[in-house]
Write a protein that binds this ligand. Structure first.
Ligand SMILES: [Zn+2]
Length: 258
């Protein structure tokens, strides 16, 4: 990890979002700019990961998302909580920003806060919200599976990674829809195929930490990188998530979470 480069990147990313916010406000143009910049930044980070520039880009992506979580958090939580919401939004932005420091990001205690508070980060709402929908839909369909003896809809097991607040289901409609029959993560909800195999708890929990740090668009681009454009385990988001697995055998992880 090249801490200085990542830190400068995070400062630049955070400043960029604040500048955009005061320059353009929050509207479709500024959202489109943020979306386009995140996509290009992911691609840049993917191809240069672990170099000085790659570390700057990783930091930049953290800073961008921290700025977004902070500014959107202030707006959302002010509406819900009044003036106290400003402090909540700012705290969510700071929680996101400090992941740029490895001594903090690798702390299991810190990861507890980051994982559970992922649910409150505005930039996580999209993916974690869909995950919650998948999770509840699986639960609702489970009795149907029992009555109709439909194995495809049946939940075979549930586990929780308490450290990161990630809830796992094995089996059920949305778990089995995964074409590669393994596991996938939707923030604080993860889905494991009914086919025999490991649960990939640590790796999938790494994606929860990724979502809290890099946001929903990064999460979706990472999924495309892994599954559609040939990145596989070498996709940037995968190399980060796998670093939460202490018994990994992958040689090119980006050591953010352990
Ligand atoms: Zn993964």
């Amino acid at each position: 990890m090249k801490i200085k480069m990542a830190f400068f990147g995070a400062l630049a990313g955070g400043a960029g979002v604040v500048g955009l916010y005061f320059g353009l406000g929050i509207n479709w143009i500024s959202l489109a700019i943020v979306g386009g910049v995140t996509l290009l930044s992911y691609i840049g980070a993917h191809f240069t990961a672990t170099t000085g520039f790659g570390e700057f880009m990783r930091g930049w992506l953290i800073g961008l998302n921290a700025g977004l979580n902070g500014s959107l958090g202030v707006i959302v939580y002010s509406l819900l909580l009044g003036p106290a919401g400003v402090a909540v939004g700012a705290a969510l932005g700071v929680l996101n920003f400090v992941t740029v420091f490895p001594v903090i990001s690798r702390s299991e205690v810190f990861q507890g806060f980051l994982g559970w508070l992922c649910l409150l980060q505005p930039m996580s709402y999209l993916v974690a919200g869909l995950g919650l929908f998948f999770y509840l839909a699986n639960l609702i369909l489970h009795p149907v599976a029992l009555i109709t003896r439909t194995q495809y809809l049946r939940i075979l097991g549930m586990r929780v990674d308490w450290k990161t607040g990630t809830f796992f289901q094995r089996g059920g409609l949305f778990s089995n829809m995964n074409p590669i029959d393994t596991a996938y993560n939707m923030g604080n909800f993860s889905f494991v195929d009914k086919a025999p195999g490991p649960w990939h708890i640590e790796h999938e929990a790494g994606h929860t930490l990724n979502l809290a740090t890099f946001g929903s668009l990064f999460h979706l681009v990472g999924a495309i990188d892994e599954n559609l454009t040939g990145g596989g385990a070498n996709a940037f988001a995968e190399r980060l998530a796998e670093s939460n697995n202490p018994s990994t055998t992958q040689s090119n992880i980006i050591a953010m979470w352990t």
